[in-house]
Design a protein around this ligand. Structure first.
Ligand code: ZN
Length: 396
């Protein structure tokens, strides 16, 4: 049994008044938390104690593309770069980069990851169980004619990851998944978390609302045929979210171009689902540093999400669109760019909200019975002042 005390203690939802003592077992289980109390035999530390961080959106398999893709090209160019450059590297190099990227997450205080996989490249590393994962096996395919085949391929990949930990098949994005493929995902994801890249660029809404824009030549290039786009007269999110109605938690990732009306409508959609006995939950995953890397802009809806009392979690995206995999640096970026959220809220996004999104109920909170991992950020002294160069140590 161990006891550690700091005057600055965030338990995953809030700062405790005058800190407190955490009592925990050798295996990391929290035995008790004594708010405001400094036990005589506790180890006393300066700095912040908080639960391990949850990275709700990553692509570990893309770690080999660090420093390869130019910044601020916009999403369509970014995807083109990924598609042309992904075959230029050896499997050995790809695996090496996965190992170092995972170690970077561990060093940065991350304990669990919602990881997108299109391949089985990360299997060998995930087998080591250095971190806890929920693998999101991603499907894409804009033609209904290939939906069954694409889904069957994803199911095969899913079996490999599901042997290790909870995993689910998820749609890549509204612009890249046909209605039939979305139906397959919906039918098989009951009670699982699923994630979807949402409104990461303006072209997505142009395509779905008006059937025009930058995605038309992109999709024609991929499908090698003329692409008949349908104008749905709805935003991408208004069109897509009602297609997922099977008791899933839905993690909407990026939301860089999401509008206030989308948030209001999404909220109504979920309220309607719940009223009909469909226990759906919605999580807004933000990856601000990747948004700055790809689009050169941050989501405009942070304010609205706060007002509408929506649940926000944090993702790092991949090293293809970020210089590091650190949940801390994502919330630091949010604090530097926006005054919307307090550090108390940002730490909640980075811990308990992410654990709820990934359905990992033992993580994210320093509370009795949890095994969240305890972080000690030694040079975080005042609540509202996040150190620019944090020293993050793992207590356990
Ligand atoms: Zn992503």
């Amino acid at each position: 049994m161990h006891k550690i005390y700091s005057q600055l203690l965030h338990n995953g939802t809030r700062f405790l008044n005058n800190g407190g003592t955490i009592i925990y077992a050798n295996n990391g289980t929290i035995i008790d938390v004594l708010a405001g109390q400094q036990l005589a035999d506790a180890q006393i530390v300066d700095g912040l104690l908080c639960p391990g961080f949850i990275n709700a959106h990553c692509h570990l398999e893309l770690s080999y593309l660090q420093d390869v893709i130019p910044q601020k090209t916009g999403l369509v160019e970014f995807i083109n770069h990924i598609n042309t450059k992904r075959n230029l590297f050896t499997e050995e190099f790809i695996h090496e980069k996965i190992i170092t990227a995972e170690q970077q997450m561990i060093d940065n205080g991350i304990v669990a990851v919602g990881d997108i996989s299109n391949t089985n490249y990360t299997i060998a590393q995930k087998q080591k169980r250095n971190l806890q994962y929920h693998t999101f096996v991603e499907v894409a395919g804009v033609l209904d004619s290939i939906a069954a085949n694409r889904f069957a391929d994803a199911q095969q990949l899913l079996q490999q990851f599901a042997a290790l930990h909870n995993s689910s098949i998820v749609p890549h994005a509204p612009y890249s998944v046909s209605k039939q493929l979305m139906q397959h995902v919906n039918n098989t994801s009951t009670n699982f978390p699923i994630s979807m890249h949402n409104q990461e660029c303006q072209a997505e809404d142009d395509l779905i609302r008006n059937g025009v824009g930058e995605f038309i030549p992109f999709l024609e290039n991929i499908t090698k045929q003329q692409f008949k786009a349908i104008a749905h007269n709805k935003s991408s999110l208004d069109y897509t979210l009602p297609q997922l109605h099977n008791k899933q938690s839905v993690l909407l990732v990026h939301n860089t171009f999401t509008q206030k009306a989308d948030v209001i409508n999404a909220k109504k959609n979920i309220a309607f689902a719940i009223a009909n006995g469909n226990h759906q939950q919605l999580f807004w995953v933000t990856c601000p540093k990747a948004n700055l890397y790809i689009e050169g802009k941050l989501p405009e809806i942070y304010n609205c999400l706060a007002i509408e009392n929506q649940t926000i979690c944090i993702g790092t995206d991949s090293l293809a669109s970020n210089n590091c995999l650190s949940v801390y640096h994502e919330i630091l970026c949010m604090q530097q760019q926006y005054a919307v959220f307090s550090t108390e809220e940002l730490l909640q996004f980075a811990t308990s909200n992410g654990a709820a999104a990934l359905q990992m109920p033992h993580l994210g909170q320093i509370s009795k019975g949890f095994t969240p991992g305890i972080l000690h950020i030694c040079n975080w002294v005042l609540k509202e002042e996040m150190p620019i160069q944090p020293i993050i140590k793992r207590v356990i």
